[in-house]
Design a protein around this ligand. Structure first.
Ligand code: ATP
Ligand code: MG
Length: 378
């Protein structure tokens, strides 16, 4: 099965039907594939486009069996899916990324040890697997951030701590679960690189995005990242190095911290397309979602050339009116160089990712200025 490409109109399966699954589904459907989405939410955003929506839990045996029997290949839109479900599926149907790679991304301790094994730098960290690990000298990691090893996202499960006493208290507050204590680094900026790698080891890396967060959630991505070409190339090369170390098949996102002196430290990985790669839909020859389809089908990765400088802005539920009323899209929709993407979520809640928009312009600075101006018109 390794080298036989999967061609349309084959059925593709995806675990998870949120916005990433939705954009994957649109890409796959556009290419002529059919799509089955497994998601327990009856209103899953991807269900609007999927041929089949299996509305069931991610470890539901009957649903997994249906996926295995009806799909030519299966992928995932998020890392907190049961890796065992993926390993079970892999006995019956090609699954990418592998359950093993997803398991690495699920656990910060495993993730960081893999990053180091690949010869790449992480922030100084101490793995806290049990309460005894707090007896180590914590000073090399302070001031720091205590992060739960599992199930963290959008800055959830993280506490900033300045002293050993604070670290111990925060560890107890988090319920004594496995954590990492990571030294707080002075960040110049944050960037991400998205790699697609096939089972025949072809790789393509998208242009680097520079990511700005607000309240722990990605707010804006700027492409090309405002860093030196040498740094951008280095980050891309590091992302490929990690994908190769993991023998990764699929789309892999690698997040970096940029430190003074153009030093690059790997923050974390996501075994899937990423919020910081939404810009590829509007601004690259191939989108990260088409790349996911290509990788899972054993097709050569598409070309990743950037067609224009671009800025992506996330639209969180905070932008919606208190009475649930829609923001005023008129200025955005009248701009010939702006593109709105809404995810079809019925209920807007603060911090909930409802959509995004991209602004393309002659320079990243111009795109950023216009994107910011549009933000003020909702
Ligand atoms: P997401 O799901 O949005 O990627 P997450 O919850 O997995 O986030 P991280 O990426 O580990 O969490 O951290 C969120 C943000 O907190 C980072 O993007 C960065 O801005 C900041 N941060 C995390 N670790 C450090 C650190 N060691 N030093 C400085 N800032 C940090
Ligand atoms: Mg992160």
């Amino acid at each position: 099965m390794a080298n036989q490409p999967i061609l349309p109109p084959a059925m593709l399966g995806i675990l998870g039907g949120g916005q990433l699954g939705r954009m994957f589904t649109v890409a796959a459907k556009t290419m002529g594939y059919r799509v089955t989405v497994l998601d327990p939410d009856a209103n899953a955003p991807a269900a609007d486009f999927a041929d089949v929506h299996l509305c069931a839990a991610y470890n539901d045996q009957a649903a997994l069996k249906t996926l295995a029997e009806s799909c030519a290949a299966v992928t995932t839109e998020f890392e907190n899916v049961n890796a065992d479900s993926m390993r079970w599926l892999a006995q019956h149907v090609p699954v990418s990324p592998s359950g093993d790679c997803v398991a690495v991304a699920q656990d910060r301790i495993l993730e960081k040890s893999w990053i180091r094994k690949a010869g790449l730098a992480t922030a100084p960290y101490l793995a806290l697997e049990t309460v005894e690990d707090l007896n180590h000298d914590l000073t090399p990691y302070l001031p720091g951030i205590l992060k739960t090893a599992r199930l963290g996202y959008d800055g959830k499960g993280q506490v900033r701590v300045s002293t050993a006493a604070e670290a111990r208290a925060a560890y107890a507050d988090l319920g004594g679960q496995a954590c990492v204590l990571e030294k707080m680094l002075p960040l110049v900026c944050e960037v991400s690189a998205i790699v697609a790698r096939t089972n025949t080891h072809e790789v393509a890396v998208f242009p680097l995005a520079e990511n700005r967060h607000a309240k722990g959630i990605l707010d804006i991505s700027i492409v090309p990242a405002q860093v030196t070409p040498a740094l951008a190339a280095k980050a891309q090369q590091m992302a490929v190095q990690l994908a190769e170390a993991l023998d990764y098949v699929g789309v892999l996102t690698v997040e970096f911290f940029v430190l003074d002196g153009d030093e690059l430290v790997l923050n974390e990985i996501a075994p899937r397309p990423h919020n910081s790669g939404h810009y590829t839909i509007d601004a690259c020859l191939t989108s990260q979602y088409e790349q996911q389809v290509r990788a899972m089908c054993g097709l050569y990765p598409g070309k990743v050339d950037l067609l224009s400088p671009v800025v992506m802005v996330n639209l969180l539920g905070d932008v919606w009116k208190d009475d649930g009323g829609e923001p005023n899209w008129s200025v955005l929709m009248q701009a010939p160089n702006a593109h709105l993407h809404l995810y079809g979520k019925r209920e807007a809640r603060p911090g909930r990712k409802m959509g995004h928009y991209c602004v393309l312009a002659d320079s990243a600075e111009a795109a950023l200025a216009q994107a910011e101006a549009i933000k003020d018109t909702f």
